[in-house]
Design a protein around this ligand. Structure first.
Ligand code: 0L1
Ligand code: MG
Length: 241
């Protein structure tokens, strides 16, 4: 078995068995990491999931500095990751999930045609979210689940909208869409460039999660999580056991 298949298999087992694996530290390069990511996602597709889009990660200056990089990273979304607006996510289906507030774009013919508030659930398959940059790329950028609020026309001034993450009605993170690459519309430019460079199809109707506007917050069973983005509305989910 090749290194790529073996590593993808370990990440897949970690996700399905909910047992995190330790970081191996240095040794993996970024191009190989994206091949592992593809192999991880292929395993999901072979179980019947469908690709529905892309997500960007490390889009805030704070996270880039923390990881010592100046490029965003990207992962793939499938229909199996999507939770309906107001739906439930089970804590027991994950390792140590966290919620972060995002905006999502609907991409048609290479352009953004609508935008929605979103909650992304990230769940690293590495112990304690400790990984190298290539490892988190291999791990599909910690992608686990996402919820989209209602699609809206792209409002004027989307580069500086207030973002609120609430748990049980209490504000736990407050930020601005400006934290997403300085302007979340840059997510499209970056995603198109990355898709072109790697041959990934950003098909009509693709969802693009543009990146987090604040730090991520650990999920607790029994809580309600809500993201509100000024002018865009809300996306919410319940956390079950
Ligand atoms: O969506 C994200 O920004 C996550 C990128 C990976 C880093 C992490 O797991 O915090
Ligand atoms: Mg994210």
């Amino acid at each position: 078995m090749s290194f790529v298949d073996e590593f993808a298999g370990r990440l897949d087992v970690a996700a399905t068995s909910r047992v995190a694996i330790p970081s191996a530290g240095a040794g993996l390069d970024v191009p190989t990491a994206y091949r592992v990511q593809q192999a991880v996602v292929d395993r999901r597709l072979s179980r019947g999931e469908r690709p529905v889009g892309l997500k960007l990660g490390l889009t805030s200056r704070a996270k880039m500095t923390q990881m010592g990089v100046d490029e965003v990273i990207w992962g793939r979304l499938t229909d199996g990751m999507r939770i309906a607006e107001g739906g439930a996510v089970s804590l027991g289906d994950h390792i140590h999930p966290k919620a972060e507030p995002e905006v999502a774009f609907l991409v048609e013919a290479g352009a953004v045609t609508a935008v929605a508030p979103a909650v992304e659930i990230i769940d690293s398959r590495f112990v304690d979210f400790r990984f190298t940059l290539p490892e988190v790329i291999a791990d599909n950028t910690s992608a686990a689940r996402f919820v989209l609020g209602a699609w809206q026309p792209v409002p004027y001034g989307i580069d500086n909208l207030g973002v609120l993450l609430e748990v049980d009605g209490r504000a736990v993170q407050i930020g601005s869409t400006a934290a997403i690459l300085g302007d979340p519309r840059r997510a499209l430019t970056d995603a198109v460039r990355l898709a072109d460079a790697t041959g990934v199809d950003l098909a009509d109707g693709s969802i693009l999660l543009a990146g987090a506007a604040t730090a991520a917050v650990p999920l607790r069973a029994g809580s309600d999580v809500r993201v509100t983005v000024e002018k865009l509305g809300r996306a919410s989910l319940r956390v079950g056991p």
